[in-house]
Every structure is written in C-alpha cells, then in structure tokens.
Design a protein around this ligand. Structure first.
Ligand code: ATP
Length: 229
C-alpha cells in the first residue's frame, strides 16, 4: 500500500470550555480532493488551521517525506495596500533568495509577471498586477488569494471557503483549477452541491468528530443533511 500524502493524527481543539474538535485523524492519498463540510461554527476553519500548523511543523522538524502546503485562509491574508503582483509573489518568498525577493518587490521581473498573468487570466482577472488589492471587489480579492495559492505550486492545498464570494460559474472554475493543480487538497465548503461536484471525497464534521467520510461519487446532497440538523 502507498504511503498517504497527508497524515493528521489526533487533532483536538477547545476554546475555554468549548470543545471544538476531539482527536480528529485523517489520511489523504495522492489524487484525493477532500471537501470538508458541516454547519457554520462546527470547526472547519479550526481543523484546517490545525492541519496547516501540524503539517508545516513536520516540515520544519525535517520529518521525511512531507508535502509542501499552500494555505488559503477564509480571511484571505492579503496585504491590501500592496498591488496584486506583490500579494501573489509572496507565495514564493521561500523559494527565491533574499536579493531576488527584494528586486521583485522593488521592480517586478517580467518573467514573474508573465507567470502571474497566466494564472490570473485563468481566473478571469486579466491585466491587474499593478492594481492595489484594496481597490478590488470581494470576489476579485478572493481570486487574488486563489492565484497566490496556485502560484506557490505546492503539492497540497488547504483552503477555507475559497469561492464563497464568487458566482456559480466562477466558483466552478476556481474549484476546477484548484483540484487540477494540486496533488491533494482539503477544501472547506458551505455549498454541498459544489462539494459533491468537485471533490473526490467528502468529510463532514459534527460534534467535534468526523461524522461522515465517503467518496463523493457514492453521495447525494440529501445524505449530508444530518450534518446540518
Ligand atoms: N479565537 C476564538 N476564540 C473563541 N472561540 C472561537 C475562536 N475561533 C473559533 N471559535 C469558535 O470555535 C467554533 C468553531 O469555529 P470555526 O471557525 O472553526 O467553525 P467553522 O465550521 O469554520 O465555521 P464557518 O463555517 O462559519 O466558517 C465556533 O463555535 C467558534 O465560535
């Protein structure tokens, strides 16, 4: 049997006396795109943050082999005073040397800009690299954050509601791009239909635990109803 690409063990969280997650464990194989569903406040963001922290801690500790991780948080994490170029470029700060990073921040290099324009074009956001993120709409900001995640070229994506501000066709496009660009992913989604359409596997949180873990092909929207009761 192949080694899972993502291994998460015993993720637990509580805020004060409020237990949010109770020893959640998860293994994800290459090629698996996991939709994380459950009602608002159930702990999806908490799980993704814990997963990111656990997986990046393993990388830092030199555990072998660990996948590279792109994290797209619900709050996007953009620096809105900076242009689109600089926000997307941040995904590769760790890849390039200090001098190259400095040069790109002062004078964006044509090759980097061309790579980003290709990604932004696929997201229906052409020719906007010099635009300050603060002047973009909510949906455009969300697509800049998606572009940043794609630009990282990581193996695994952890994304929290990456298309909540997008219309139906744009949401489809973003999820299609994300699932085809990463080897594996965990994406929190409120929209059950999008989850079933784009994920290969659906996991559902309820009462701090994984209450559902099934291939999406075996599920209908009604099968997820109990998670929202
Ligand atoms: N910093 C915090 N301090 C206290 N409680 C928190 C904090 N962050 C989250 N919570 C609580 O933890 C629970 C889980 O929150 P979380 O954001 O993980 O849920 P979620 O499933 O992602 O919600 P949504 O779908 O609305 O984004 C909620 O009850 C929330 O109020």
């Amino acid at each position: 049997m192949s080694t899972p690409l993502v291994v998460l063990d015993d993720l637990s969280a509580k805020y004060g006396m409020h237990v949010v997650l109770q020893a959640v464990s998860l293994r994800i194989e290459r090629g698996e795109h996991v939709a994380l569903v459950g009602k608002s406040g159930v702990g999806k963001s908490t799980l993704l943050k814990l997963a990111f922290s656990a997986l990046t801690r393993s990388v830092t500790a030199g555990a072998d082999p660990m996948p590279s991780i792109a994290f797209l948080p619900q709050e996007l994490g953009l620096v809105t005073q900076l242009p689109v170029f600089h926000n997307v470029y941040m995904a590769r700060l760790a890849r390039y040397g200090r001098l190259q990073n400095l040069r790109n921040f002062v004078w964006p290099q044509a090759a980097r800009a061309a790579e980003m324009e290709s990604i932004l074009g696929q997201l229906d956001m052409p020719s906007s690299l010099r635009t300050a993120v603060a002047s973009l709409s909510g949906g455009q900001k969300q697509r800049v954050a998606v572009a940043r995640a794609l630009y990282q070229e990581a193996e695994v994506l952890l994304a929290d509601e990456p298309c909540s501000a997008l219309d139906g066709p744009q949401a489809d496009n973003v999820l299609q791009l994300l699932t085809s660009s990463f080897t594996a992913s965990i994406v929190a989604l409120h929209d059950v239909d999008l989850a079933l359409k784009h994920a290969t596997r659906v996991i559902g949180l309820r009462d701090g635990r994984l209450a559902l873990d099934e291939p999406s092909a075996t599920l209908r929207a009604a099968d997820l109803g109990f998670l929202y009761e």
